[in-house]
Design a protein around this ligand. Sequence first.
Ligand code: SF4
Length: 392
Amino acid sequence: MTSAQRTQAQAARGLYLHLPFCQHKCTYCDFTVRVLQERGQITRYLDHLEQELTVLSTLPHQLETLYVGGGTPSLLSTAELERLWLCLSKNWDLSQIQEWTFEVNPETGSIAYFKACRQAGVNRISLGVQSFQTEELKACGRSHDPQDIQRCVAELRQSGFENISLDLIYGLPGQNLNSWKNTLEQALALQPQHLSLYSLEVHEKTAMGWQERKNRLQRPAEEAEVAMYEMACRILAGAGFEHYEIANWSLPGRASQHNRLYWLAAPVLAAGVGAHGYWQERRYENSDSLRTYYQNCQAKDWSWLNTPQQSPQEAAAERVILGLRLLQEGLDGQAFKQDFGIDLSEAYAQVLPALLQDGWVKWQGQHLCLSPEAVLISNAVFSQLLEPQLEG
Ligand code: SF4
């Protein structure tokens, strides 16, 4: 299949919407976020987002997943959300949606609010918990405390949500193995269906980045972070969770379908300031400046049109690296051959034999998988897979 045929065949399978407003900025946050000062900001944003969504909806799509992230989407009022849902249902075919995720912060929402989301069709919640320790939450600059998390999950359950994912961070300032264990145990006590565990990344242009430059950030040592990760693997396996992606665990059948589309390098459209989408082998990225995003919407200057297509080598390398993140499923060698016209073992004839021999990757039938021992050094493995040879 040529690149042109491959991209023609693909209808978008997922849609991501970015709602950038937050009550304030967390100390580690590097996302595209604006602090909400007054409601008019949301109205203006929705005016532009709707323009983009209406144009995007003319692209071929058969949506299986919808993901509303941010920012703090749950800062929007029910009336603001209804406006957005109406725009979606008017323009998009939502009849095949299997998973509709909405990101929530624990200090927001109410039973009435969550019921309205459930009624609109939201069937999965991703809750930004990060930690159950008051001091750690303070160090992150979060607006919630552990009681908010309990209240929020109870209200989500009462509103009919059966698929709840919790985000947690390890490697936080002041965190140690005991406090991390306690956080994991409190998380499990809430009976979530899914957990995403992220290692703290300190970015230069954040409050934590500033603290680090001034030597005021006390982070756990690297070995302690590794021990936290290994502890999580043990505790979650013991609680019946499948480690299905490097940073994600789920109960059977509850893996994130939307994120799986990213790891399969499937076409996923994205709308909103700073949103990243993948369309016809274009990895497009909307401006992360609100002013430029608004100007682009008004001028109908769409990044999904202007971004150049990846080369076949780039698309193939990305497919391999993303696919290997799926620890159980791995990378489908047959699909790779079908799409890129060459066997994986030929495309990586220079590096694959050594990776197999050293035990970092293994074949499971037609699927190439990362070995459990390689998860902690996955970036080193991936760096060897950046240059497939697609000419036989
Ligand atoms: S709530 Fe999330 S998106 Fe908002 S500032 Fe905090 S980390 Fe960033």
